[in-house]
Write a protein that binds this ligand. Structure first.
Ligand code: ADP
Length: 495
């Protein structure tokens, strides 16, 4: 509490004996208030006048004052209460002032205001960012009311449909829907009304210039704070280009399948029809050899031998070509096939070769797969024949193993033979491609091409890993779930 008295408001009393308004009590005592606080006095004058001239009291008035305290300039916040003091005659002679400083409250309020401002600024920035994203999105983003009136329209929508926002906002969304698809909107509205979200709904819409475009729609209900659906936001993606690409891809795939089939038929017919004349040549050349063999001179005998050898090789090539062309066209339906049994049969077939080459073949436990068992046998046999045939100086050691992934089985046939240089890893799977002469290693160069075709028919891949001089490992995969080639349902061999 402070007391100021007399016309000049001499400072008389401070019960707290503490610095007030930045002045020490002894410095202020007995001096006119206006001189002691020249820097803030003008601010206080209205209240002082109200007290001194009109005898009014002011209670709990809050005032902000910048003052010097102990040589520092500070912002202070005071709550003032003034009341007049009267002399015996009832005249106002001075005033009593109670000043409570609550700068801490001020600072807290300032801090709160600062945080609030920061929050608002961040919210505005976020809103601006979102607006920019919405505006620059390639997708059309459209807001509509529950009764189908367009409420918002971004740049993406303008690019897709050709209408500006001014041309569509306030109009019915039906304007974008071709007449024959109007029913879709009622369906969408009904689903939205139930609070459902519609994702990637592919349909057709109409642009400003009347073009029909393929679009994918994702429609989400917009709810008010009480959870009631009040409208919807629609994301529209123009998928015309993708649709066209899909169609042309499907067309290409169809053409490829047709031309493959034609090629297969051609190979089949050609090889089938070639067999007959080939047999005739072989037959008569052998007859000649038998009948005239002794009377021919050495040169003629050798030439006849070449004819017979060539014809035999031609026969082998034709047979292989026939086998190759039959993989796709004459395969059996897929059914559960036990790979252990298949491999045991293959081993039996190759018994003579295994013995003569002193080969050691180890077969790990194998699964039952959904496949064409005959073709699978052919596949294992071709790989085993090669693994034994292409051996180096060591006796062949071959191991057949398998690994399962959730999707497929991966079989491996590993040998310790001559190996293959990496540059030939792809070439060897091409029909009639060989890396050796007939004299070095016999064969027609079709075995791996047949393997590849069989594996692909079963939805798998085939590849090789090899180090020259150390050995090769051929891997092939077979899908665990396979579709019957005549289009029956999927069968899960893993289950
Ligand atoms: P072919 O065995 O009748 O020559 P393939 O199509 O079965 O025909 O094989 C193509 C070529 O791939 C072979 O000529 C050989 O050079 C190479 N090859 C295949 N399997 C092996 C193997 N296990 N080790 C080394 N080379 C191999």
């Amino acid at each position: 509490m402070h007391v100021w008295w007399g016309p000049e408001l001499i400072y008389l009393y401070n019960d707290a004996h503490i610095p007030v308004l930045g002045k020490r009590h002894p410095d202020a005592l007995g001096r006119p208030a206006a001189q002691v606080w020249p820097e803030i006095w003008p601010q206080l004058t209205p209240q002082i006048d109200a007290v001194m001239l009109r005898g009014e009291s002011t209670w709990n008035e809050r005032a902000y004052i910048a003052l010097e305290r102990q040589g520092f300039r500070e912002d202070a916040w005071f709550t003032w209460s003034y009341s007049p003091i009267r002399d015996e005659a009832g005249q106002i002679g001075g005033l009593m002032c109670i000043a409570l400083e609550d700068t801490a409250v001020l600072l807290a309020e300032q801090e709160r205001a600062r945080i609030e401002e920061q929050r608002q600024r961040k919210a505005q920035e976020l809103q601006a960012k979102l607006a920019a994203i919405v505006e620059s999105s390639d997708d059309g983003i459209i807001g509509k009311t529950l009764d189908g009136v367009i409420a918002t329209w971004n740049g993406g929508a303008e690019r897709i449909f050709g209408y500006t926002s001014a041309e569509v906002v306030g109009r019915q969304i039906l304007m974008l829907i071709p007449p024959e698809r109007r029913g879709e909107e009622a369906d969408i509205q009904a689903r939205l009304g139930r609070g459902e979200r519609i994702e990637h709904f592919e349909t057709v819409r109409v642009t400003k210039d009347g073009r029909r475009i393929a679009v994918s729609l994702t429609v989400s209900p917009m709810k008010n704070s009480a959870g009631a659906v009040i409208g919807a936001s629609k994301i529209v993606r123009d998928i015309t280009a993708r649709k066209k690409a899909d169609e042309s891809l499907a067309q290409q795939a169809e053409e490829l399948a047709r031309s493959n089939l034609e090629l297969e038929r051609f190979a089949y017919v050609a090889s089938h029809d070639l067999q007959e004349p080939m047999r005739t040549i072989q037959c008569f050349a052998q007859l000649l050899q038998r009948n005239l063999g002794q009377s021919l001179d050495a040169d003629a005998r050798e030439n006849l031998g070449f004819i017979i050898g060539g014809a035999q090789r031609m026969q082998a090539l034709i047979n292989d070509l026939l086998t190759y062309s039959r993989v796709g066209s004459q395969g059996a339906a897929f059914a559960p096939a036990d790979c252990n049994e298949i491999c045991a049969k293959v081993l039996q077939n190759l018994q003579a070769s295994i013995q003569s080459n002193q080969a050691h073949v180890k077969i790990e436990p194998l699964p039952v797969v959904i496949a064409d068992a005959t073709q699978l046998g052919q596949l294992f046999q071709n790989l085993l024949v090669n693994a034994i045939k292409f051996h180096g100086t060591r006796p062949p050691r071959v191991r057949i193993s398998v690994q399962g992934t959730p999707r497929e089985w991966i079989f491996s046939v590993a040998d310790n033979g001559i190996g293959i240089a990496p540059e030939y890893f792809n070439r060897i799977f091409v029909i009639f491609q060989r890396l050796h002469t007939i004299e070095e290693y016999g064969g027609t160069g079709i075995g791996l091409a047949i393997c590849k075709k069989i594996v692909e028919r079963h939805g798998g891949r085939i590849w090789v890993e090899s180090v020259v001089g150390e050995g090769s490992t051929f891997h092939f995969s077979i899908l665990k779930r396979e579709r019957h080639h005549d289009g029956e349902a999927l069968i899960d061999s893993a289950g």
